[in-house]
Design a protein. Structure first.
Length: 376
């Protein structure tokens, strides 16, 4: 079945995020594949001329910097090497994008973000406002993770999920991941000739998750199909479509729009911006497991009451983000807790009217309010 979303053409897709990985942008010698990149920029220029707003999420800084600094293992031998390579390579990367976009009379802007920038609500809103203003000015933002300061513990780790979060912050209609494969297959097509191509995915369930392969074919990038499906969960949860298409051909966007192969994850509808931000977060402070009755209540749109809580894990403060788990361990929701972890543990399984006796006061009757919760 051919999806009507093929190509994500303007004007039906008003705002589009395009992610390009290191393996496509940088060759094995550590140089930018400039001839290929020019065809991508020509695609961007054509879409922009047709009224589509474009944001680019570009990898490549570490790979470029490692070449210039002559670092072993592509600059990924240690955290310090990766940070130094990123700091050096980011200059070359931004210069390349600025030059090629300027040839098409397009102004480029650079945005470097960390995981914290998109996980903290106020900083997320600041990033969103910056992207909105750049779009209004007709600029093409080129975004990358700020690997020169990111650590192993606090980083996206791959630009697939970064692209989805940027799409969410920018209120994009769709995200395209340029990949070394032309979409999602039932198994890794590089090793299984019988793998079946999946063109349209309306729901990311256990069957789809089982198709993921975490390996990066080039050894240069950090993502695989697992990261792409995780990105799809973030994007579609925020109401945006996400496509995986091949970037191993010239003018990949034009090729896809003319009928080339690609897999489309269809965006969900009806989730507000705040709940989309909650659902798309990559870090949480704690976990709250509920009983079957509470699970059914949450699915009906109710708040989480202490009586339905079976277990509290982690150390968190009031207002922190926590995952809410079904009895079988599945994450079913994410929300802002109304109590810290110590108080939540004390009132778990208790009726709301018992909270005052246990804590000496009852400031709130719910543990996680429905207005501050998103089903996932």
């Amino acid at each position: 079945m051919t999806t009507p979303l093929s190509g994500f053409p303007p004007p039906s897709i008003r705002r589009l995020v395009i992610k390009i990985g290191s393996a496509l942008l940088v060759d094995t010698a550590g140089q930018v594949r400039e001839a290929w990149l020019r065809t991508v920029v020509a695609d961007v220029a054509a879409r922009k001329a047709a009224g589509q707003q474009i944001i680019i999420v570009s990898s490549g800084a570490i790979a470029l910097g490692a070449r210039r600094l002559k670092l072993p293992k592509g600059g990924r031998g240690s955290l310090e090497d990766a940070q130094a390579a990123a700091a050096t390579g980011q200059i070359a990367l931004s210069q390349c994008w600025a030059t090629l976009l300027a040839e098409q009379d397009i102004t480029a802007a650079q945005m470097l973000v960390t995981l914290d920038d998109l996980e903290h609500r106020r900083r997320y809103l600041n990033a969103s406002a910056t992207l909105e203003r750049l779009m209004a000015l007709g600029v093409v933002p080129v975004v990358n993770e700020n690997d020169s300061v990111a650590t192993a513990e606090i980083r996206f780790g791959d630009n697939d999920r970064l692209a989805a979060r940027i799409g969410q912050a920018a209120r994009a209609d769709a995200v395209v991941l340029l990949s070394d494969v032309d979409g999602l297959y039932s198994a890794n097509p590089h090793v299984d000739a019988s793998a079946m191509f999946i063109e349209r995915i309306d729901r990311i369930d256990a069957r789809i998750l089982a198709m993921a392969d975490g390996g990066s074919a080039s050894g240069m990038g950090s993502g695989g199909m697992t990261s792409k499906i995780e990105a799809a969960k973030i994007a579609t949860g925020a109401g945006a479509h996400l496509a995986i298409i091949s970037g191993k051909i010239d003018a990949p966007l034009s090729h896809w729009e003319r009928g080339g192969r690609g897999s489309v994850f269809v965006g969900a509808q009806g989730k507000g911006a705040r709940k989309g931000w909650l659902a798309g977060r990559l870090t949480v402070r704690g976990r709250i497991t509920v009983d079957e009755g509470a699970e059914r209540a949450l699915e009906r749109g109710n708040s989480l009451l202490p009586a339905g809580v079976a277990r509290v894990e982690g150390v968190f403060a009031r207002g922190d983000v926590v995952d809410i788990l079904a009895p079988d361990g599945r994450i079913i929701a994410r929300g802002l807790t109304e109590y810290d972890s110590a108080a939540a543990t004390r009132i778990a399984g208790k009726r709301s009217e018992d909270i005052a006796t246990l804590l000496g006061e009852m400031p709130r009757s719910v543990l996680v309010h429905r207005d501050h919760m998103a089903l996932v």
